[in-house]
Design a binder for this molecule. Structure first.
Ligand code: ATP
Length: 656
């Protein structure tokens, strides 16, 4: 049996200690991980390979981890893969000496471009034996491809891909192409890699010290330490070298949250009624805040020459940066916020991380504007003097202050510190309007007020005890959202990926007239269809959407699109998964035509998925990546919470 401490060894033979990790060894591990659907087996393969890396090439551990989660650097460094299908096809043709027509035929038959590349490569006769790929050479090649920009960039990208493919052997071409596409499809969640790393490290440390294998308690302790450290400091580039230096058990003492490394934000669960909020928080202290409708921003600040020093920050310069909910850097979009910090950050505040919402602000009327206004702001290279849509920052949580992390403090305490550290300045900075009233009537009228103030509704949060600690990256029951619009409907809107479209009719023939949307299933890493949508669009919008989506057209659905087949209607065009839309729905029902949460919600075993009835387009969510879309289990949860399902109205569970 394969266990981290057990007998089964990783089947790839050892390479010479101190030499680069062969790419073939990583690929062998990938094939083993992909071949099993059992999480524990995936975990064992991963951790056994990591132990081998730790034993033979410990300096390459960081690179190996990044390659396993298909990332080249920390999120906020903006080095991204996700190369389009047409560019990849061009590179495969050129490096494997095949015609585009033949390649397309194969693609049609096989579906997975990675498999096609592997097949093309393996049937090609080569005169020279290429030098074997190493993890380091692949990593460097990928980084160069991802960062190539400017004139002739596409040609250089193709050149880089060809170079890698020409040296690929066996299964290597398959994973290279998938990695370039941005989807490894191993069914290996980042969480599993973190657990595997903790296991590998603690076993390795024991072996190195000549001690006996670690106990289950020690393994569990190591796992929770690594998880905790990663949630406050999501950057392997800092954590891994430190872990190698001090050992995993001491990691918490030296690897702490620090400004400059964005936290994955805490998220909220949707609710359908204020009574649901009261049920959840019964007997607890909670608070209600306006839910502002703008863009979530995390402001990170360290004053020049601050008394606390941070290893990655220049002491003399300090930092002032803004990050999105996706940990992308937004400083070039909001230089006006950074320029105004002096006005509202109190003297004596030397470092902080503030969780807030940037909201469009009407200078004349002195009130917030709808989200649509914020959308019109330029995204890059904004000069403060050119800013047309002004924003006001609404602070709602303080995560770090003067050298100390606050995530393990109660919200009541974090809030007190926030109120003390900043000063509201009209149109620049304000604290989220809040009430600590606990009665139904108070909350009801607070909700009405929030809507009048152009907000989306309320956020209701646990206020004291450890339940109110800040939980990075978690959609927590300790934060609930109540959106006025949705109280009678599904409880919340959904954020869905546009994967296909239908040509328009009549006046709309030059554009797409309707679209096929999908939710995301993080365990299988597939996109599952959920509805067609054709309402909520003006002609002007359709023209714009067409211009935006046309570049992402692909010839056939990706192998990781789960959609109805057979004689069910198919879209006229398919897209790369790039664009996320927020969509409102009247309700959710079961349908054989759609695949969302298939196998979860249909209790009658008819294999139906969940679909949206009367979906309406609200807006594009360009702050979300396709993998941040509403998940299949969230969809199932929404479906199951509907009155019609809960009460079995009309004697039926769900619609048809
Ligand atoms: P959506 O924004 O569509 O509700 P989401 O997935 O972006 O969904 P949620 O956790 O569902 O995020 O809702 C919380 C979001 O609401 C935050 O990400 C933030 O942008 C925004 N927000 C506005 N006001 C507040 C507030 N007072 N407290 C926390 N979040 C707030």
């Amino acid at each position: 049996k394969l266990t981290a401490g057990g007998k089964g060894l990783h089947p790839y033979p050892d390479w010479a200690a101190g030499t680069p990790v062969p790419y073939a060894a990583l690929v062998k591990t990938f094939t083993l991980i992909e071949a099993t659907s059992k999480r524990l087996e995936k975990l064992s393969h991963t951790s056994l390979f990591l132990r081998q890396v730790l034993r033979l090439s410990p300096d390459e551990l960081l690179m190996v981890i990044h390659m396993m989660i298909n990332r080249l650097a920390a999120d906020y460094e903006g080095v991204e893969l996700g190369i389009g299908e047409s560019l990849l096809m061009k590179a495969i043709c050129e490096s494997c000496g095949r015609t585009m027509q033949k390649l397309k035929e194969d693609h049609k038959e096989v579906g997975d471009l990675g498999e096609v590349a592997m097949k093309s490569r393996n049937t090609q006769t080569t005169l020279f034996k290429p030098k074997p790929l190493t993890v380091a050479s692949v990593h460097a090649g990928l980084k160069e491809i991802a960062t190539t920009k400017g004139e002739g960039g596409q040609t250089r990208k193709v050149g880089g891909i060809k170079k890698l493919l020409s040296a690929a052997k066996g299964d290597e071409a398959k994973y290279l192409v998938r990695c370039l596409e941005g989807k490894l499809r191993l069914g290996l969640a980042e969480r599993t890699v973190i657990v595997a790393l903790s296991q590998a490290m603690i076993v390795h440390e024991a072996e190195k010290a000549g001690k006996k294998a670690p106990s289950l308690e020690q393994m569990t302790a190591a796992e929770s330490i690594l998880k905790e450290v990663y949630s406050s400091l999501p950057n392997y580039e800092i954590i891994i070298p430190e872990m190698m230096k001090v050992g995993i058990m001491k990691l918490k003492d030296t690897c702490k949250m620090q400004p400059g490394v964005p936290l994955k934000p805490m998220l909220a669960k949707p609710t359908k009624a204020i009574s649901e909020v009261l049920d959840r928080f019964e007997g607890k202290q909670f608070t209600c805040e306006y839910k502002y409708d703008g863009e979530r921003v995390q402001i990170h600040y360290v004053a020049p020459n601050a008394s606390t020093e941070f290893p990655t920050i220049d002491k003399e310069k300090g930092i002032a940066k803004i990050f999105s909910r996706n940990s992308e850097e937004l400083s070039p979009k909001y230089p006006d916020i950074l320029a105004a910090l002096d006005k509202w950050v109190q003297k004596g505040v030397e470092s902080f991380v503030l969780d807030c919402e940037a909201v469009a602000w009407d200078r004349e009327e002195k009130r917030v504007l709808p989200f649509q206004q914020l959308m019109t702001r330029k995204k890059k290279d904004v000069a403060v003097e050119d800013v047309k849509v002004k924003v006001c920052v609404f602070g709602f949580d303080l995560l770090f202050l003067n050298g100390k992390s606050l995530v393990q403090e109660t919200l009541a305490d974090r809030r007190k510190l926030m109120y003390k550290s900043f000063t509201p300045v009209l149109g620049e900075f304000a604290f989220a309007t809040a009430t600590d009233g606990q009665e139904l009537e108070t909350i009801q009228s607070f909700l009405e007020e929030s809507i009048k103030a152009s907000c989306e509704g309320l956020m209701v949060k646990m206020l004291d005890t450890s339940e109110s600690f800040y939980e990075p990256s978690k959609r927590s029951r300790n934060w609930l959202k109540v959106k006025k619009d949705y109280l009678a409907g599904a409880g919340d809107s959904l954020d869905l990926v546009v994967i296909g479209a239908y040509h328009g009719k009549g006046k709309r023939t030059s554009w797409y007239g309707a679209f096929l949307l999908a939710c995301y299933n993080p365990s299988s890493q597939n996109y599952e269809t959920i509805c067609n949508i054709g309402t909520g669009f003006s002609e002007e919008m359709l023209a714009k959407i067409h211009a935006h989506l046309v570049d992402f057209e692909i010839e056939k659905p990706k192998p990781y699109y789960i959609h109805a087949s057979g004689n069910m209607q198919q879209p006229d065009v398919w897209f790369e998964p790039k664009v996320v839309w927020e969509v409102k729905t009247a309700d959710l029902s079961l349908s054989p035509k759609y695949m969302a949460a298939k196998g979860i919600a249909d209790t009658e075993g008819k294999g139906r998925g969940i679909s949206l009835r009367f979906p309406r387009f609200i807006r594009e969510r360009d702050d979300k990546k396709p993998d941040d879309a509403t998940t299949s289990s969230q969809v199932a949860e929404m479906y199951n919470r509907q009155d019609v399902v809960m009460n079995g109205v009309n004697g039926k569970k769900g619609g048809a």
